[in-house]
Design a protein around this ligand. Structure first.
Ligand SMILES: CC(C)(COP(=O)(O)OP(=O)(O)OC[C@H]1O[C@@H](n2cnc3c(N)ncnc32)[C@H](O)[C@@H]1OP(=O)(O)O)[C@@H](O)C(=O)NCCC(=O)NCCS
Length: 142
C-alpha cells in the first residue's frame, strides 16, 4: 500500500468530515467542524493541514494552525483499516515541519481525557501532558 500525503484543501472537506465522524475519541463540535469554519481555518492557516490518501481516497487527516506564537493540531484521525502503519505519525510530522518552516517552535493540542488510545499515541510520539494546566472556555454571545 502506498499512502501519499498532501496539503488539505477545502475540496477535501466532505471526505475529511466523514472520516472524523467515523473516528472515536474526537470532540466534534458543529461550530468547529462546519464547512464554513473549516474554510476560515484553512484560509487563516495556509499550507499547515494535511491529508493522507490511499489510491486517491482520504484515509487520514490533521488540521494544523497557529496563533502567531504556538501551533495547534486538531482532529487528527486515521481510518481504522489504515492504523498502526505510521500514517498518524507522518501527518503529525508534516504539520510540525510546516510550523517550523514559518518559525513556530512549539505546538499544543487538546485530547479528551478519556481518549486513552489517543493519549498513548501522543505520548509515543514524545508529547508531554501539562498536568499543571486546565483549559477553560466560554461560548461568546451578543
Ligand atoms: C490516534 C491515531 C490518529 C493514530 O494513528 P495511526 O496511523 O494508527 O498511528 P501510527 O501508526 O502513526 O502510530 C505511531 C506510533 O504510535 C503508536 N500507537 C498508535 N496508536 C496507538 C494506540 N492506540 N495506543 C498505543 N500506541 C499507539 C504506534 O504503535 C506507533 O508506535 P511505533 O512507531 O513505536 O510503532 C488513530 O488511532 C485515530 O485516528 N484514532 C481516533 C481519533 C483520535 O483519537 N485522534 C487523536 C486524538 S486528537
Amino acid at each position: 500500500m502506498k499512502v501519499e500525503l498532501r496539503e488539505m484543501s477545502i475540496d477535501d472537506y466532505d471526505a475529511v468530515y466523514a472520516l472524523w465522524q467515523e473516528s472515536e475519541g474526537l470532540a466534534l463540535k458543529s461550530e468547529d467542524t462546519s464547512r464554513k469554519s473549516i474554510i476560515r481555518f484553512l484560509e487563516r492557516n495556509p499550507r499547515l493541514s494535511f491529508v493522507a490518501l490511499d489510491n486517491g481516497q482520504i484515509v487520514g487527516a490533521a488540521l494544523c494552525g497557529h496563533d502567531g506564537r504556538h501551533g495547534y493540531i486538531h482532529n487528527l484521525a486515521v481510518r481504522k483499516s489504515h492504523r498502526k502503519q505510521g500514517i498518524g505519525r507522518s501527518l503529525v510530522g508534516r504539520c510540525m515541519y510546516a510550523l517550523l518552516s514559518i518559525d513556530i517552535h512549539r505546538c499544543h493540542l487538546h485530547v479528551l481525557g478519556d481518549n486513552k488510545a489517543g493519549i498513548d499515541f501522543w505520548r509515543k510520539l514524545g508529547w508531554e501532558q501539562h498536568v499543571e494546566l486546565i483549559t477553560m472556555s466560554q461560548p461568546l454571545s451578543e
